[in-house]
Each structure stands twice: as structure tokens, then as C-alpha cells.
Design a binder for this molecule. Structure first.
Ligand code: AMP
Length: 271
């Protein structure tokens, strides 16, 4: 992989990169299409990164379809797929981790201790191996995008980070590899997540700026339809600092459970 990147760089080509955990859907394809426009060479990675899964999470059953992934990647014009195995990414003596100390706290980082250290570390490693000029990520994973923007700024990594808006099903559900876990009945109820965030967006557009009222508007739609709300919070969309009032660009972020499946989504307010 590194030899391929060095050769492309020696030819003066700009490398665009899309890291994924595979089981590609139309959201990933949108990222690949955007990345295709960003550089002369397009690389993707498929790696289900064990260090970002906690004990008892879905690492063992995470869906996989490498043949399908490679077909979809080729169809979008990807030049190379980097598909490492776990042993080649993590040697037995590995002990160095990257952490965004504040940004990794709360939200998904609160429910999934160690998750963002795993994400930041593997993306740092992938950047060192793929050596992209630009890397493309989905806004669906809003906190992840914030952590990675912080990482490249703090560690002087010469990689441009590009965020792409969330791709959704017709009923608003954000595409996710984890949607494959849902039963038909859970799949129907899953639409409440985006519907609730949209209700908060509408309340804000109608003039409401109080965080508690906006969260209540979302919760009224989401809570009756899901099995558990993991978190539902309003944050500054730049810093992810908690907000009690929308007096600057904000984002409402949520994670919910349907059965054992955990889904996340977010909605910007005020911009
Ligand atoms: P994953 O394979 O779930 O780790 O996701 C790989 C990349 O695809 C991440 O940058 C995600 O944010 C992005 N992604 C996942 N789902 C979507 C979606 N529905 N719309 C846009 N990007 C997405």
C-alpha cells in the first residue's frame, strides 16, 4: 500500500482516501464519489477495527461482504482497496494510542469507553500507510469527524479532512451497516430517530432556542418508538460543548437502541 502511495506521490498525483469498515452501502458510495472528485487517485480501506469496539459490542457479528465491497468500490472508480488483517495492523507489542482528550468524552465516547481512541489511532495508522492528501468521512458520525479534525490539526498531519452529509433511506433513516441487524418491525420504528431530530429542527426554525424544549420536542417523537434512548443532546457544532440555548451553530445528536442494535444520528440547527 505504501509503495503504491509513494509511486502516486512521485508522479505528482493527489490521493483521496475513504476509510471504511466494509459492508458498503449508498452512504459509503457517496463518500467514494466525493473522494473521486477530490483527487486523481482514489483509495479505500476495508478494516473492521477491533480497538474501537468495547467488550460485549458487535465486533464478532459485524456484517461483512468483501466481494460486494470490492465490486462497489470498483464501480465508483476506486484505484486500490487496502484490506489489512488485524495481525498486520496491530503487532503484539503495540501500545501507542491517539486520543482527543475532551472531544472523546460524552456522547458516543461516554457510552463506548475507548471507542474514539480506537478510531483516532486506526485512522492515524491508515493515514501513515495510505498517505492521502485528502480523506473523506460522513457527517453521520459527527463526533468522529470532530475528533479526526482535531487530530490532524493537533498533530500537524498534512491531510485535508472533508465531511459529507448523511445519506438516508426514503423514510429518513440514516444508512448504516448496522441497519442489517434490524427486524422488519424494528426497521419501521427506526425512522423515529430522524423524525424526532427533524421535529426539533422544525421547532428551532419556528423560533425555539431553549435546549430543553428542543430536546423534549425530539424525545416526544423518539422515546415512544424506540427501546431506549442512549443519549439525546444539544451541542455546539464546532466544539461539541454542551449548549443550554441555541445562540450559535448547534447540532442535536442522538443514539438509541432497538433491541440490541444501537443506532446514531444527528441534525444541525441554526445554520
Ligand atoms: P463505517 O464503515 O460505518 O465505519 O463508515 C465509514 C465512513 O462512512 C464513515 O466516514 C462514516 O461516517 C461514513 N458513513 C456511514 N454511513 C453513512 C451515511 N449514511 N451517509 C454518509 N456517510 C456515511
Amino acid at each position: 500500500m505504501l509503495a503504491w502511495s509513494e509511486a502516486a506521490r512521485a508522479r505528482g498525483e493527489r490521493i483521496a482516501f475513504v476509510p471504511t469498515m466494509g459492508f458498503l452501502h449508498a452512504g459509503h458510495v457517496r463518500l467514494l464519489e466525493e473522494a473521486r472528485r477530490q483527487g486523481q487517485r482514489l483509495a479505500l480501506s476495508v478494516f473492521v477495527n477491533p480497538t474501537q469496539f468495547g467488550p460485549g459490542e458487535d465486533l464478532a457479528r459485524y456484517p461483512r461482504d468483501l466481494d460486494g465491497d470490492l465490486d462497489k468500490a470498483a464501480a465508483t472508480g476506486a484505484d486500490v482497496a487496502f484490506v489489512p488483517d488485524v495481525a498486520s495492523m496491530y503487532g503484539p507489542h503495540a501500545q501507542t494510542f491517539v486520543e482527543a482528550r475532551q472531544l472523546q468524552k460524552g456522547l458516543c465516547g461516554g457510552s463506548r469507553p475507548g471507542h474514539f481512541a480506537g478510531v483516532a489511532t486506526v485512522v492515524c495508522k491508515l493515514f501513515n500507510i495510505v498517505r492521502p492528501h485528502v480523506a473523506v468521512f460522513g457527517e453521520k458520525d459527527f463526533q468522529q469527524l470532530a475528533v479526526l479534525r482535531r487530530m490532524v490539526a493537533d498533530l500537524n498531519m498534512p491531510v485535508e479532512i472533508l465531511g459529507v452529509p448523511t445519506v438516508r433511506e426514503p423514510d429518513g433513516l440514516a444508512l448504516s451497516s448496522r441497519n442489517s441487524y434490524l427486524s422488519p418491525a424494528e426497521r419501521q420504528r427506526a425512522a423515529a430517530l430522524h423524525a424526532g431530530l427533524s421535529a426539533a429542527h422544525a421547532r428551532h426554525a419556528a423560533g425555539e432556542t431553549n435546549a430543553a424544549a428542543l430536546i423534549a420536542a425530539a424525545s416526544a417523537v423518539i422515546a415512544p418508538r424506540v427501546d431506549r434512548i442512549d443519549y439525546l443532546e444539544l451541542r455546539d457544532s464546532e466544539t461539541l460543548a454542551p449548549l443550554s440555548n441555541v445562540d450559535r451553530p448547534a447540532v442535536m445528536l442522538a443514539a438509541i437502541f432497538l433491541g440490541t442494535t444501537r443506532l446514531i444520528d444527528n441534525q444541525r440547527l441554526g445554520c
